[in-house]
Ligand binder design. Structure first.
Ligand SMILES: [Zn+2]
Ligand SMILES: [Zn+2]
Ligand SMILES: [Zn+2]
Length: 1016
C-alpha cells in the first residue's frame, strides 16, 4: 500500500475545516480493524511460531494429511557437517523447501528427509589438529569417536539453523552417513560392485597430497598458479645411431627432454616420441662442454620445435639443413643412458606427444604420470615407485641402496635443486630456469599435489555389464544411456555430465585415512588376494549394522570370519584392508542407504519407476554427487537414481565476486535471520533465478526487508482489516463470515457481486493459474514478480484504493423492506467477499515462500484455524468461474482502466491548477460520442464509474463523434456530505441526518444512529 488508508480516512474528518459534523458521525465509518501488526518483528516472532509448529507436530500433521496422495520425492544431497551454515546452504535448503512445500500444496505427498555427510578428510584433519600429539597414542576407534563427536556437533548446529529458516522436514530423524545403518549400507553398496566384478586393486598413478598423505579424486584437485623449475636435459643414445639414420653413424647422439618436475627424473624409464611426427638431428657447434669428444654433439628434437630448443639451450647450429630428418617411429626401440643413474632408458612411441611445447621427446616416469603409466604398461617397463607417502625420495632404500644419491630422503620439492645440481655435474643439463604455470593443488590444504603410483582400489568404468534390455554394455555406456533418461535443469547440465562420464578415468574409491567406511575386504596374508565371498560380506554388513563400521577396527579377522575360511591358495591367515572409501562413494550410496530402505523417501510401492523425482544441488555437483549417485545407482539397480536434476549457481556479491570473510562481503544467514528475519532470507531466494549465479549483499537484503516485504505486509494488513468491523449496535468487533448470505453469512455469490469485484477476482484467478504454473516449473523468481505486481499494481494502486468509499461508508446492515439499503449492504459485502477470497488465495500461494508471514496472515483471516501449511493451493475456479462472462469482464475493464488512467491524469492537472483540493470535489466530464466503440461499455458501467475514478460524479456528454475523451472537468456545485465527503445533490434530503447524503442516510438509519440537528 502506498499509504495507510485507514490512517488517512480516520484522520481526515477531524482535520476538516468546514463546519464539523457532530463528532460521533466518524464512529460510523467502518474502518479496517485487525490485530495483524504493521511491524513484523520477524526476528522475535518467527522463533515463537517455530516453537508452536514444533509443539503441534506440524510436519507430522502434513505427512498424515498427505497420505495416499501421489508421491513426490526430493532426495536431499547431504551437506558436510563441519561448520555453521553459509548463504550457499541457505539457498540450497530454501530452494528445496520451496519445492517440497509447493508440491505438497499442489496435492502431492512430498516428504523431506534431510541428510548429512559426516565422514571424510576435513573433519579428520580438524580432529587431528585438536588432538595434536595425543593422536599418536590413540587407537583408531578413539580417533573415530572424536571425529564422530565433531561431526555430530555440527550436524546439530546446522539442523538448528535450517529449522530456523522455516524449512520443513523430518528433522528429528535425518539420515547421516555416520549412522551405523548408513555405514552398513555403504559397505553393502561396495560389496555389490565388488561381487559383480567392477572392483580391482592396482598400482596406478593418482593425484597425491603429500601434506594430507592421501590420494585425491579428480574432484578434489584444483588448479592454481605454481612456480616450477624448467629444465632441458640430454639423454645419451647408447644404441647404434645408424639404425635411426645412416648419417648419424659413429656420432655422439643425444635426445633432449624438457621437464618441470626434475624430481621425477630418478623414476625416468623411457623417452616417448610421436611415431608420425618428424624429428631432426642437429649439430651443436658450441660443443656443450663435451671434453671427452672431438666431434660436436648431435641432438634429436622435433622438427617443429628445433628453433625453440636451440634458443632455450643456446645451441649453436650453423647448418640450415639438419644432419638427418626422420619420423619418430624410427626411435622406437632405441636405448639411452639415464643422465645420472646406471640405467637403460628406452625409446618408445606415444601418440599423446605434441609439438606444443618442450622438445618432442618426452621423459617418461610411469610412476608419475597417467600417460607415462600407460606407456609403461604397453612397453612392460618395471613398476617402480621411489616416492613415499610423505613425498620423500626413497630411491636407495627401495632400490637396494648401493650408492646413496644426494637427494635421498628429501621431499620431492627439496630434491629439485639437488637433482638439477647433479645434472649439471654429470654434464646432462642444457638449460634451467623457472616456470610459472597452472598446477594442480589439493582442494583441502591448497598445497601442490604430485602424481604418484600407489596401490588403490578402483571401480572400472569399462566393466562389461548387461543393459536392462539384455544387450551387452559397459558400466560407462550404461551411465551415458541413463543420463539421457533424466531431465536436466538447466539443460546444459546434461552435456556437462555426459562429457565427464565419457572421459573420466576409472573411479579410484580408496583413501588412506581413518574417518570413513573401510573397504571391508580380507586379504590373504600369503598371496595378497582378496576374499570374494558373498556370505562373508553379508556378515560384515550385519556387523556394521549392529556395531557401526568401528567394528572393522575392533575385531580381528578371525573374530569375523567363519572358522576354516581359506584363500584359493590354501592359506588361512588373513589381514584386513585398512583403506577407507572415497566420501563421494558414501554420499553416492545414499540412493541405496536412504532411497532403497527408508519408506519416507520412496515412491509408492506399485510405482514401476522408483527413481527419486528430484536431486537439486549446486552446479559443481555434476562431477561430485550427481556423478557418484548415478554410478552407485547403476551399480545397485542398473538405473540412475533420479528423474530430474536441478542445479543452482554460485552466490556472488554485486561486483560478481564470491562471498568471503576476507573480502568483507560475507553474509552469515544466521545474522540475517536474527536481524531481518527468516522470511527475508526466503524472499531473497525467491527473488533470484537460481539457475544463474545469484547476487546477495547486505544492502540488497535490507532493501528487500524495508521495501518489498514491508509493502507486501501492509497490503495483507489492509486486506485483513477489511474483513473485520466494529458492530455499531453492539460496539463489538465482528468478523466477516465466509458463509453465503442465504446461510446467515456475509458472502455474496459471484453472479451478484459488483462488476469491479468480479473483475478483481478474475484477475486473482489468472494470477493463481500463473503462479501455480511457475511453481510447477520451479520458477520461483516468476512467482516473486507476479506476486509483487499483483499486490502493488492491481490491489494497492487500484482495487483497494477505489474500494475505500464502499468499505468505509456503506451500511453494515439493512432493515427489512428497505431495498436501497439492502442493495448498498450487499455491495459492501460483495467487496468483502472478493477480499476474503483473495486473502485466502494469497496466503496459500505465498506460504511456500513467506512461510512465517503467510501462516500469520492465515491465522488472522476470519474463520481459519490451524496452519496454512496444511492447506492446498487454490485453483483459479475457487476465485472466479472461467466463463465467457468473466472473459468479457476482462475485456471491458481493459478499456475502463485505460479510461481511469487518463482520468487520473486529468484530475492531477485539475488539482495542479488549484481548481480542486481532493478528487471528490470534481466531476469528470466524459465525452463519449454516440458512435464511439466505448459508448455502450461506458453506459453499461456508468454507475460504477465514480467509484472507479474516485470522484463525486461522472457526467456523460454525447457529442456525435466516434471518439472517447475527457473534456474539461468541472468543480462540483453540489454540497459535500459530511460522512463520505462526496459532493452530491441529495445531501440533507433526510431531516434526521441533515449533513449527509442519501446513501449515508442508509448507513445511519440501518444502525439507528441518533438523529442530530443541522448545525452545532
Ligand atoms: Zn592436501
Ligand atoms: Zn592366498
Ligand atoms: Zn455520504
Amino acid at each position: 500500500m502506498p499509504q495507510a488508508p485507514d490512517a488517512k480516512a480516520a484522520a481526515a474528518p477531524v482535520m476538516s475545516e468546514e463546519k464539523p459534523a457532530p463528532k460521533p458521525l466518524k464512529s460510523t465509518l467502518n474502518l479496517p480493524q485487525t490485530a495483524f501488526p504493521m511491524k513484523a518483528s520477524l526476528p522475535t516472532n518467527e522463533p515463537l511460531r517455530l516453537a508452536a509448529w514444533e509443539k503441534d507436530g506440524l510436519y507430522d500433521q502434513i505427512r498424515r494429511a498427505s497420505a495416499g496422495r501421489p508421491r513426490y520425492i526430493l532426495h536431499d544431497g547431504p551437506p558436510y557437517a563441519n561448520g555453521a551454515i553459509h548463504l550457499g546452504h541457505a539457498l540450497n535448503k530454501t530452494l528445496k523447501d520451496f519445492v517440497v512445500k509447493t508440491r505438497t500444496m499442489a496435492g502431492f505427498d512430498a516428504p523431506y528427509v534431510p541428510g548429512w555427510d559426516c565422514h571424510g578428510l576435513p573433519i579428520e584433519i580438524k580432529v587431528d589438529e585438536q588432538l595434536g600429539r595425543k593422536k599418536l597414542e590413540m587407537d583408531p576407534v578413539a580417533v573415530r569417536k572424536a571425529c564422530r563427536e565433531y561431526a555430530q556437533k555440527y550436524l546439530d548446529l546446522q539442523r538448528e539453523q535450517f529449522i530456523r529458516m522455516g524449512v520443513f522436514g523430518r528433522w528429528q530423524k535425518p539420515y547421516s552417513t555416520m549412522d551405523a545403518e548408513y555405514e552398513a549400507r555403504i559397505a553393502e553398496t561396495f560389496f555389490h560392485f565388488f561381487e559383480n566384478g567392477f572392483v580391482y586393486k592396482g598400482l596406478k598413478p593418482v593425484s597425491w597430497c603429500i601434506h594430507d598423505r592421501t590420494a585425491l579424486a579428480e574432484a578434489e584437485v584444483e588448479y592454481e598458479q605454481h612456480k616450477s623449475p624448467s629444465v632441458y636435459v640430454r639423454y645419451k643414445l647408447t644404441s647404434d645411431p645408424a639404425t635411426i639414420d645412416p648419417a648419424l653413424a659413429g656420432k655422439p647422439v643425444y635426445t633432449v627432454i624438457w621437464t618441470t618436475t626434475p624430481w621425477t627424473l630418478p623414476a625416468s624409464l623411457a623417452v616417448a616420441f610421436h611415431p608420425e611426427m618428424e624429428y631432426v638431428a642437429i649439430n651443436d657447434r658450441a660443443g656443450a662442454g663435451d671434453l671427452d669428444q672431438l666431434e660436436p654433439a648431435v641432438y634429436i628434437v622435433a622438427k617443429e620445435l628445433r628453433e625453440k630448443v636451440e634458443l632455450a639451450c643456446q645451441l649453436e647450429d650453423s647448418d640450415e639443413i639438419p644432419l638427418a630428418t626422420f619420423p619418430g617411429s624410427r626411435l622406437e626401440g632405441t636405448t639411452f643412458a639415464h643422465p645420472f643413474l646406471d640405467r637403460v632408458v628406452v625409446g618408445t612411441n606415444a601418440t599423446y606427444v605434441t609439438a606444443d611445447q618442450g622438445t618432442g621427446a618426452v621423459h617418461t616416469a610411469p610412476a608419475h604420470g597417467v600417460d607415462d603409466f600407460a606407456t609403461g604398461k604397453r612397453y612392460s617397463l618395471p613398476e617402480v615407485q621411489y616416492v613415499d607417502d610423505a613425498g620423500r625420495q626413497m630411491h636407495t632404500e627401495r632400490f637396494g641402496g648401493s650408492t646413496a644419491q644426494p637427494y635421498e630422503g628429501l621431499s620431492v620439492w627439496k630434491s629439485n635443486p639437488v637433482i638439477i645440481e647433479l645434472l649439471k655435474e654429470k654434464g646432462a643439463l642444457l638449460a634451467a630456469s623457472e616456470f610459472e604455470h597452472s598446477y594442480p593443488h589439493c582442494w583441502r590444504c591448497h598445497n601442490p599435489v604430485i602424481v604418484r603410483a600407489t596401490e588403490q582400489w578402483f571401480i572400472g568404468m569399462d566393466t562389461p555389464m548387461t543393459a536392462p534390455d539384455g544387450t551387452a554394455s559397459t558400466f560407462r555406456d550404461r551411465a551415458l544411456a541413463e543420463i539421457t533418461r533424466v531431465k536436466w535443469d538447466p539443460a546444459w547440465g546434461q552435456e556437462r555430465i555426459t562429457n565427464m562420464v565419457a572421459t573420466r578415468p576409472d573411479w579410484c574409491i580408496s583413501r588412506q585415512r581413518i574417518w570413513g567406511v573401510p573397504i571391508a575386504v580380507f586379504l590373504c596374508s600369503k598371496c595378497g588376494e582378496p576374499l570374494k565371498d558373498a556370505a562373508i560380506n553379508k556378515r560384515v554388513v550385519e556387523l556394521f549394522m549392529k556395531e557401526s563400521a568401528d567394528a572393522w577396527y575392533i575385531h580381528a579377522p578371525e573374530q569375523i570370519l567363519p572358522a576354516g575360511t581359506a584363500c584359493a591358495c590354501g592359506h588361512t591367515d588373513f589381514r584386513k584392508e585398512m583403506d577407507i572409501l572415497d566420501v563421494w562413494f558414501e554420499s553416492g550410496a545414499s540412493s541405496h542407504a536412504v532411497l532403497d530402505v527408508d519408506a519416507d523417501t520412496q515412491q509408492a510401492a506399485g510405482d514401476t519407476d522408483q527413481r527419486a523425482d528430484l536431486y537439486a544441488e549446486g552446479g559443481d555437483q555434476h562431477r561430485g554427487w550427481f556423478m557418484s549417485s548415478l554410478l552407485c545407482g547403476i551399480g545397485m539397480h542398473n538405473r540412475a537414481p533420479y528423474k530430474m536434476v536441478a542445479t543452482y549457481g554460485w552466490t556472488l556479491d554485486e561486483q560478481g565476486r564470491a562471498l568471503s570473510k576476507s573480502l568483507g562481503n560475507f553474509i552469515d544467514p544466521n545474522l540475517v535471520m536474527d536481524s531481518l528475519g527468516g522470511d527475508i532470507v526466503r524472499l531473497w531466494v525467491a527473488s533470484v533465478d537460481f539457475r544463474e549465479d545469484v547476487v546477495a549483499s547486505m544492502p540488497l537484503l535490507k532493501r528487500l526487508a524495508e521495501e518489498i516485504y514491508r509493502k507486501q505486509r501492509n497490503t495483507f494488513r489492509f486486506l485483513l482489516g477489511a474483513l473485520r468491523e466494529i458492530d455499531p449496535a453492539m460496539g463489538e468487533e465482528r468478523a466477516f463470515n465466509p458463509r453465503p448470505l442465504t446461510d446467515g453469512g456475509d458472502s455474496v455469490p459471484f453472479e451478484q457481486m459488483q462488476p469491479i469485484d468480479q473483475y478483481i477476482l478474475a484477475r486473482a484467478a489468472e494470477l493463481t493459474k500463473k503462479i501455480r504454473a511457475a511453481y510447477d516449473a520451479m520458477e520461483f523468481h516468476r512467482v516473486y514478480h507476479l506476486l509483487n505486481e499483483f499486490l502493488n499494481s492491481e490491489l494497492s494502486a487500484f482495487y483497494l484504493d477505489v474500494l475505500k468509499d464502499r468499505l468505509y461508508t456503506y451500511p453494515v446492515k439493512f432493515k427489512a423492506g428497505n431495498e436501497y439499503q439492502r442493495e448498498l449492504y450487499i455491495a459492501r459485502r460483495s467487496a468483502q467477499t472478493a477480499i476474503y477470497k483473495i486473502t485466502d488465495a494469497l496466503a496459500r500461494l505465498t506460504a511456500p515462500i513467506l512461510s512465517f508471514t503467510a501462516d500469520e496472515v492465515w491465522q488472522h483471516i476470519p474463520g481459519k484455524s490451524g496452519s496454512v501449511h496444511l492447506q492446498q493451493f487454490p485453483t483459479s475456479e475457487d476465485l472466479a468461474p472461467q466463463s465467457a462472462y468473466t472473459a468479457q469482464l476482462g475485456a471491458d475493464f481493459e478499456v475502463l482502466l485505460q479510461l481511469r488512467d487518463s482520468t487520473l491524469q486529468s484530475l492531477e492537472m485539475f488539482r495542479a491548477n488549484k481548481n480542486i483540493g481532493k478528487s471528490l470535489e470534481a466531476v469528470i466530464v466524459l465525452n463519449v460520442g454516440s458512435s464511439s466503440p466505448s459508448r455502450n461499455l461506458v453506459e453499461r458501467y456508468v454507475l460504477a464509474l465514480p467509484e472507479l475514478f474516485n470522484v463525486s460524479g461522472v457526467e456523460l456528454v454525447g457529442i456525435d463523434e466516434a471518439h472517447t475523451a475527457i473534456e474539461t472537468n468541472r468543480v462540483s456545485s453540489d454540497p459535500k456530505c459530511d460522512r463520505c465527503w462526496r459532493h452530491v445533490p441529495d445531501v440533507g434530503s433526510d431531516a434526521r441526518y441533515p449533513s449527509v447524503c442519501h446513501r449515508c442516510v442508509q448507513a445511519l438509519d440501518a444502525i439507528d444512529f441518533p438523529p442530530y440537528a443541522a448545525t452545532v
